[in-house]
Design a protein around this ligand. Structure first.
Ligand code: SF4
Ligand code: SF4
Ligand code: FES
Length: 327
């Protein structure tokens, strides 16, 4: 049967909704309709997609005003006489039609301090039990569709906040590393508070509501981090520390002798319990340092060997599949 659609068409200079009546078959999703439109009436309709299986996170769009994946939104969600309106993500600049420039998210990813390998444990010797990763495993389901980023009112309604706010996707990354049994940094929560703008979040849970992976962004990542930041700030021991240490010691970030393991990198220096760490300074271009490049610990050696260049020659690309069970 034919159903009515309104699709936003335009570019950074402006655009409008265009009406279409398109054939819809049983079991189809919104992305099927966009493909049908491209194959019939509007071959130049721009839309980003890759997997059509809810796994690549490319086909994010707003359908009847709600941020969703086009490939995971069944047409049976709507009543037969309902007009389906498809628009690009609102929080990011439009490139063309349904394609937006999501580079904001990659900039924030670049600013997020990377996993800090443990001192004295060589790559290949990392060992973890399932129980160690039980809590943080949920966050690894993220497909980087950025629907949560698009929904969060902190940036959706306030473009000017983008510089200081990393957004829910990167709060779950911070929480994941904070809960990581082998991550050597001890200041993930404080960094999120001081440099990623965790304090801007007022726990409306809109991000959680739109996450196609059903990650409990607010309850399992943001709230625990906020609670621990508050714990450190208002912990009675912290209060005591303020009474014991002189102000100049606190301001210098003094830590008791012997508290720092010999040879420990800078980020392993325990935080003064009376002083929250400060984020790296924001440069004149409005960006912080690329923490990943500045990390004091080098990553492990390349698994491909030292003198390998990319792209890898085909003979070096080996895919290991589990071999069939031999009895
Ligand atoms: S809970 Fe926080 S991060 Fe999520 S949408 Fe609301 S303000 Fe944004
Ligand atoms: S947390 Fe969920 S909504 Fe946000 S980018 Fe990841 S999968 Fe998408
Ligand atoms: S096309 Fe990959 S998530 Fe929709």
């Amino acid at each position: 049967m034919k159903r009515h659609f309104r699709v936003w068409r335009g570019d950074s200079s402006g655009g409008d909704l265009t009406d279409f009546d398109v054939e819809v078959n049983e079991g189809e999703v919104v992305l099927d309709i966009i493909h049908r439109l491209q194959a019939t009436e509007v071959p130049d309709l721009a839309c980003r997609w890759n997997c059509k299986a809810g796994k690549c996170g490319s086909c994010s769009m707003e359908i009847n005003g709600k941020p969703r994946l086009g490939c995971m939104t069944r047409m049976s969600t709507f009543t037969e006489d309902e007009t389906v309106t498809i628009t690009p993500l609102r929080a990011f600049p439009v490139i063309r039609d349904l394609v937006t420039d999501v580079s904001f998210n990659y900039e924030k990813a670049r600013e997020t301090p990377a996993f800090a390998p443990p001192v004295g444990v060589a790559p290949g010797e990392y060992r973890m039990q399932q129980i160690d990763v039980e809590r943080s495993q949920e966050f690894r389901k993220c497909i980087e569709c950025f629907l949560c980023q698009n929904t969060c009112h902190v940036v959706r309604d306030h473009e000017e906040n983008k510089e200081a706010f990393a957004g829910p996707r990167f709060f779950i990354r911070a929480a994941e590393l904070d809960m990581h049994p082998l991550d050597d940094r001890t200041d993930r929560k404080e960094y999120a508070q001081a440099s990623q703008g965790l304090g801007y979040c007022n726990i409306t849970k809109c991000c959680t509501e739109v996450c196609p992976e059903h990650i409990k962004i607010t309850d399992n990542a943001i709230i625990p981090m906020k609670e621990r930041v508050v714990d450190r700030r208002y912990d009675p021991l912290v209060w005591l520390g303020r009474k014991i240490f002189r102000r100049d010691e606190l301001e210098a970030g003094a830590v008791p002798a012997g508290a720092v393991p010999a040879g420990a990198p800078a980020h392993r220096v325990p935080l003064s319990s009376a002083r929250l760490p400060e984020g790296p300074p924001v440069g004149p271009d409005g960006h912080m340092d690329v923490a990943e490049l500045a990390a004091p610990i080098q990553g492990g050696p390349s698994p491909f060997g030292e003198d390998m260049t990319f792209p890898l020659p085909p003979e070096h690309v080996v895919y290991h599949h589990p071999s069939p069970q031999k009895d």
